[in-house]
Design a protein around this ligand. Structure first.
Ligand SMILES: NC(=O)c1ccc[n+]([C@@H]2O[C@H](COP(=O)([O-])OP(=O)(O)OC[C@H]3O[C@@H](n4cnc5c(N)ncnc54)[C@H](O)[C@@H]3O)[C@@H](O)[C@H]2O)c1
Length: 381
């Protein structure tokens, strides 16, 4: 591997360049991880003005040398046609899920990238797609056959607290009995109309609770998909009235509006049971999120994994729980640092905690919850 690490960015949006809404910002993390070794060779975005603005801001920042040779392109095809300053080692795929994860022309970014840059590793954002699950499996097949290293942005797996839970489970030979994920969203400042339209965002489970579904699978294993049962509170029901929305929901057709509460359970293939509650209820902008894992003698409770994670553990023989607080743990940085390490052949591919195939299984679970909840809602409408 050369001295520099050459990056191709797809998407000039929030995940790659940051947002006031959250801590995500892949370019900032890459600058921190690689310093003078970072070379961003191309930025691909259909929106040329957004891409140029993002690049100009970088060129005016202390990180400018890393972007000095970066070229902006509207498509992968255009990028492949032009000589780049250096061949990319890693593509960071931060375009929306409707542009990727299938073999349908125009929604096939991964396939375009593998064809154009066959030796490039792909770091793909979650969810893997918004298209049909079988199309995502066909993409997985191509990626497997081409030997492409792929990591998916389920960053919560990289939290120190999550790895402590994994270690205790493994060292004590525990068999997970159940997982219980609770995600209560503060909606007051969620004002993008597209997010509130499930035909555009996929809905709250596919788009948002996907991180908690993935964490559930990380501990519980593969899910028996036909076992998924789910109920919702719908926006037209009395408990679903929200008083602090700061956008106009009226233009969204009623059938496309988001359920306010989704409660799902399922059986894992290994025998454990999973539960998820997702709620759009809180005002302000502080979310309330908790994730529990149960095993014989043990209860792990992970509180606030997106903020300052706190891990509460009950062990056999202890009436009191022990509490660990993980200040300044940055899973976005750890996931990219790990990916760069593996691309540079420091450690095996197992260090990448979210593979493409595994992320498709999470995508399947989120669709199974959405479908089960819609079937149930139709039955009592
Ligand atoms: N892991 C996390 O916590 C996290 C946080 C934020 C976003 N994300 C994910 O990142 C992805 C992008 O989200 P975002 O918030 O950056 O979106 P965004 O809308 O801010 O930016 C997406 C950009 O992609 C561009 N684009 C659309 N289609 C394209 C195509 N075919 N080729 C190239 N560019 C294209 C758009 O023009 C836009 O500039 C989503 O899948 C989202 O779920 C993950």
């Amino acid at each position: 591997m050369s001295e520099t690490v050459n990056i191709l960015l797809v998407g000039a949006g929030e995940i790659n360049f940051g947002s006031v809404e959250g801590p995500w910002n892949h370019t900032l993390r890459l600058e921190q991880i690689l310093g003078p070794r970072l070379r961003v060779v191309a930025l691909i975005d259909l929106d040329a003005s957004r891409a140029t603005a993002a690049l100009d801001a970088k060129l005016a920042s202390p990180a400018a040398p890393a972007y000095a040779d970066c070229k902006v392109f509207p498509t992968v095809t255009e990028a492949a046609r032009s000589p780049l300053s250096q061949t990319p080692h890693i593509a960071i795929v931060g375009a929306p899920p409707f542009a990727r994860g299938t073999d349908i022309p125009g929604r096939d970014l991964e396939l375009q990238l593998v064809e154009a840059f066959p030796r490039c590793a792909l770091f793909v954002e979650k969810p893997v797609s918004s298209g049909p699950e079988d199309a995502a499996w066909r993409v997985a097949d191509v990626l497997e056959k081409s030997g492409t290293l792929v990591g998916v942005g389920y960053m919560l797996r990289y939290l120190k607290a999550v790895q402590v839970m994994k270690k205790i489970i493994s060292e004590n030979g525990l068999v997970v009995m159940g997982t219980n994920a609770r995600y209560v969203m503060a909606y007051e400042w969620a004002r993008k109309p597209a997010w509130w339209d499930k035909t555009r965002s996929g809905g709250p489970i596919i788009e948002q609770a996907t991180h908690f579904c993935d964490l559930s699978r990380y501990f519980g294993g593969d899910v028996h998909l036909p076992s998924v049962v789910a109920h919702t509170v719908q926006p037209n029901e009395a408990p679903g009235q929200l008083s602090a929305k700061r956008f106009d929901e009226d233009p969204i057709p009623p059938e496309n509006r988001l359920p306010r509460l989704t409660s799902a359970t399922w059986k894992y293939r290994g025998g454990a049971v999973g539960t998820l509650t997702h709620v759009i209820a809180l005002h302000g902008n502080t979310y309330d999120t908790e994730f529990e894992v149960y095993a014989d003698g043990y209860r792990f409770k992970l509180v606030d994994p997106y903020g300052t994670p706190k891990l509460c553990i009950r062990r056999p023989g202890a009436a009191e729980e022990e509490v660990h607080v993980f200040k300044e743990d940055d899973p976005f940085r750890t996931e990219l640092e790990t990916f760069v390490d593996v691309v540079e052949e420091r450690g095996s591919r197992d260090r990448v905690l979210s593979s493409y195939e595994d992320a498709i299984k999470t995508y399947e679970l989120t669709w199974a919850i959405r479908r089960a909840s819609e079937t149930a809602a139709a039955s009592y409408a």
